[in-house]
Design a protein around this ligand. Sequence first.
Ligand code: NOJ
Length: 732
Amino acid sequence: MLLRLVAALLLLIPASIASAQQPVAWKTGLEAREIERKVDALIGKMTLEEKVGQLHLSGRGEGFDINQVRSGDMGAVMNFVVPAEVLAVQKAVRESRLKIPLIIGLDAVHGFSTYFPLPLGQASSWNPELIEQAAYWTGREASAAGINWTFAPMVDISRDPRWGRALEGAGEDAYLGSVVATARTRGYQRGGVATTPKHFVGYGAVEAGRDYNATWIPTSQLFDLHLPPFKASFETGAMTAMAAFTALNGVPTTAHRGMLTDLLRGRWGFRGFVTSDFGSITELRLHGIARDDAEAARKALLAGIDMDMMSDVYHKHLANEVRVGRVPVKAVDEAVRRVLRVKFHLGLFEKPDVDPATAPSLMQTEAAREVALQAAREGAILLKNADETLPIRDTVKSVAVIGAMAVPEDERVWTDPAGLGRRVITPLPDALRERLPKDVSVSYQPAFTKNCGTAFADKKAAIHAAAASDLIVTMLGEDCEFIGEAASRTKLELPGVQQELLEALVKTGKPVVLVLATARPLILTWASEHVAAILQIFHGGTEGRTAIADILTGRYNPSGRVPMSFPRSVGQIPVYYSQLPSGRPEKPGERYASIFMDERNEPLYPFGYGLSYSRFTYANPRVSASSVRLDGSVEVAVDVTNTGTRDGQEVVQLYIRQPVASLSRPLRELKGFEKVMIRAGETKTVRFKLEASRLGAHDEQGRYVVDPGEVEIYIGGSSRAAAKAQVMLIRS
Ligand code: NOJ
């Protein structure tokens, strides 16, 4: 019966839409072999210019020449988002001699038409299924508009909130980062777009958090911290990768043969193609490793960059480099093979063109918005809640909402104006009014001229409204130029005049609930001492303000957890939980210890931390065996009780430490987590499987070592988890 219903529903879907939703996956067996034959046959027919054309990626906008598509000189395009325009390029390529379909790329970073929380905010949910759903809808909407390739997920690990792009990643941890990378890759692919884990590799480690700056990463850290999320993404079927803008240990990654060819293709067996980042091939000149664009093109291709994004140097120089004998045609063929292979595996040769008439009906569907709402709810982190200020109490009869961010015009952080059926976002005051009892008045004052809070519109009116209310809800944070690429900051306080406003609001003596929409952890030290409650959002997307209202009014019990430590001051950075031990650890009264003279060591809010309206206690941490062989596994269990009066979700986290090993090992390492709903008063047993093979580390030669010896296991609701068990790793 159900099957018949599904079949009937499928018949109702126009063919073009149904095909737009084809999940992306590498074909296997016979089909894969057949593809290799087709690729070879096609390469056999191509002129050198047509081959180079397949490696040329250009974007909508000034300078875009559709005639290059018609002549077969462009194999890929980007930044086309309006279905009619996508259709135009699809038609243009069919005028070319070989009619090889275009791969059509876009940064669908946190949504296409429906916007989900920023990736860092999605990661804060610690809910991989939900993160996968958000990526699925992003991919599905994008693919309905004709896009078949997204420049996502960004899987760069970052421990430096000065870096403006921290918002695109999953935070500071390799394990969380890998779980999120898998979820996002799978989701996008199910939605119908090929993925591009980026930026390979190390971009998140730019020195001082200054964008595009050099990275210096020891081999052990490269393998233990930066590479795992990439590996996870490739293992989930990612078909392309993007090289980083940056230089890794002195070698620009755009020309890093060791990473792009030896590791990625050689050791990992990656069969897809690698694109450069935007203009990064020509930038090899500025990195100081190429005299001119021809040399840059040659170095990039020979290192393993298959596609030139927006440098135009493959298109201009590669054919000549082959003709004069500086680049073997085999190297070009190999790059073309990888691009064509992906095009075949994506099914582009059979795929119908986008249908501009039906595409809009697939945007912002109820189902997508439902996921956006849940992702925004689960990604919000309650950092402080003094005296149970939240949820808003019955005694509160007036609420003053302050700050222009509460009433947004838009909620897109990335620059991909989908322009398809964008719906007005519910302003926070309206969402609160809908949820609070009728006798509670909700006023609103923007205070600032713009969302980013760089100038006051009417500070007095804001303070006046605040002073006249029972509760102040102020929505502040980073917006406009303060977020994203090229938005590195050395000061991580609230931008502009926002701190001044916050202090004035606190001075009214009324309780202040600070709702923060930021792109990274800010320094909240002052706020943490003066406001009553802090709810951290990493820009919540289309349903962000509805989710905030749900949390403030208690309709939803917050469950987000910190994915990236919140420093107390900029001088602590990098601050992260998985520090190595020091030979001079902090000791009361000890001067010659690894401490600051003017700041504590710990962050303000550590990794994994987050409050709930419930309370959770942990008991009976236990292991299924006291020892485990290096090739074996052990089950770890713990009983978690919700001792609060509300049902709530807890993120149960498992950390390990090996106190004595051949290498100095971090004080804590996340090895598992589980988000569980626990009813008020209920106890749940949460179990983890811990494979010994996951408990090792890489040495400076890049060798992975699992050492026998004692392993401490900590389970709890943050990286400060206290419940402890232990297991002995043994050789046999
Ligand atoms: C530059 C960014 O580094 C990259 O992540 C993005 O995909 C490209 N621009 C294309 O927009």
